[in-house]
Design a protein around this ligand. Structure first.
Ligand SMILES: [Fe+2]
Ligand SMILES: [Fe+2]
Length: 455
């Protein structure tokens, strides 16, 4: 497997654009939502005559507006007893008028449950609705802004993400900011979001009608006027429908501001995105970070060279990125998955590989994501490939992944001690698991235990 050794030619915009597809999955949006929002919002920003620095900041705010979206998925699933993806997609189609909210709650709460559970969930929402709404949005926005800062984006970008759900009339969340107290980038991003959602669902006339209807309530009326002028340009709509929209959006990055990503920056981006993945479910909290750490221990024990190890750690951090596309109904289910749920769960390696392979230099990371549930004897998924087709990096991550899964709490069982986990894993060594990786893990853990005892 050819791994990228350097990252000098990697452009920040290309990485962020690829990773934004993972955010679309989490938010239940059709692929490309974030990229389309970037196209829409940049046209509005351009018509406003923003400076190049402002254009750069709004560019990244638009790509990353949903950065915190995984952090409230588990809670949505629990509170509304529903599929978080369907919920997140449907909620974007309503405004906050009482009639729409009530009919939304009635048709999106506990849809597959019996009457009693449904009634309990709806009553809870009726009593605590506004508090819950604020909590959910607060979690999402604060988390998103925090991750943006960790990805080294400047404060205006973080603020744009933080204010995304504030409304012009002061009736938004979580703070209830009003008018121009709301970040301009957030005002543009929310407008772009609603335009894309309605355009994709019911066409451009519907998108225009909806933004006019919400002008002065959700949206800054001046921005709506600006958008109406943008919408008269045929190039705007034909560009939005271009299958190669990604390339057009790359060209919108302000001249002279193209940012390249060095190794340290790439480590930070992988680390920050691992947090987006880990935030999706309470049962995966910290999983990607621990798998990265365990993979690093194994690789060190096996004498893997530092540059290769660095890419391995990034691959381990992002190995489960496809889980952002799996509903929390499945991820957090406390009992055995039924065949359909299991089939859905098994799609996460391919979903992850699809996102990561959008960047040529990430081909090694994509193959770790695709193959980390494969086994040496061909008994794994999704492809059932065997030994010769699995590179060292994937074998390492597979061992680290299983070890962490066994030693962490799961929805259906408690964490088990290290010795028990190793004893379970050893049964599969040589058939399913790579012996070198397994014994390297054992040696490394023994050494750590000895050191801890001596200290
Ligand atoms: Fe996985
Ligand atoms: Fe995993």
């Amino acid at each position: 497997m050819e791994y990228s050794r350097g990252s000098q030619n990697l452009k920040l915009a290309e990485i962020v654009s690829a990773l934004s597809y993972a955010l679309d999955l989490t938010d239940g949006q059709p692929p490309g939502h974030s990229v389309r929002c970037c196209w829409i919002g940049m046209h509005i920003a351009d018509a406003l005559g923003l400076s190049n620095i402002e254009m750069r900041d709004i560019y990244y705010t638009l790509f990353l507006k949903d950065l915190g979206c995984s952090s409230n998925a588990a809670r949505i699933c629990k509170l509304f007893v529903t599929n978080d993806h369907d919920f997140k997609r449907n909620v974007k189609l309503i405004d906050n008028s009482l009639t729409q909210v009530l009919s939304f709650v009635a048709s999106n709460t506990a849809v597959k449950s019996g009457m009693a559970e449904r009634l309990r969930a709806v009553l809870n929402l009726a009593i605590n609705g506004s508090k819950i709404d604020r909590e959910l949005i607060e979690t999402r926005c604060e988390r998103g802004a925090d991750i943006a800062r960790r990805m080294r984006f400047p404060e205006p970008v973080a603020r744009g993400i933080l204010d995304l759900d504030e409304h012009w009339d002061g009736r938004g969340q979580p703070v209830g900011l009003k008018g121009k107290d709301i970040s301009l980038y957030a005002r543009i991003a929310l407008l772009a979001q609603v335009i894309d959602v309605f355009n994709i669902t019911s066409g451009r006339a519907s998108a225009l009608e909806e933004v006019r209807r919400r002008s002065g309530r959700w949206f800054d009326p001046y921005l709506v006027d600006v958008f109406e002028q943008v919408a008269e340009k045929p190039d705007f709509w034909s560009g939005l429908e271009d299958p190669e929209l990604d390339k057009r959006v790359f060209a919108l990055e302000p001249a002279g501001f193209t940012q390249f990503v060095d190794d340290d920056f790439l480590d930070d981006i992988a680390d920050a995105f691992a947090q987006v993945v880990d935030a999706k479910s309470p049962f995966t909290s910290g999983h990607s970070k621990r798998v990265a750490l365990i993979s690093e221990l194994i690789a060190t024990e096996l004498g893997v060279d530092p540059a290769r190890k660095r890419w391995l750690v990034r691959g381990a951090l992002l190995h489960d990125i496809g889980k952002l596309g799996i509903s929390n109904e499945i991820l957090d289910k406390p009992s055995k998955l039924d065949p359909d749920e299991w089939a859905a769960m098994k799609t996460h390696p391919s979903l992850g590989a699809k996102i990561l392979s959008r960047i040529e230099a990430f081909s090694g990371l994509a193959s770790i994501a695709r193959d980390h549930h494969e086994k040496l004897d061909g008994s794994g998924y999704p492809r059932g490939i065997s030994g010769n087709d699995l590179d060292l990096e994937t074998r390492i991550v597979t061992v680290a992944d299983i070890f962490d899964a066994l030693t962490a709490d799961r929805p259906y069982r408690e964490a088990m001690p290290t010795s028990k986990a190793l004893a379970i894993m050893v049964r599969d060594v040589g058939t399913a698991l790579d012996p070198d990786c397994y014994f390297a893990l054992m040696r490394s853990l023994n050494r750590l235990t000895t050191k801890a005892k001596a200290a």
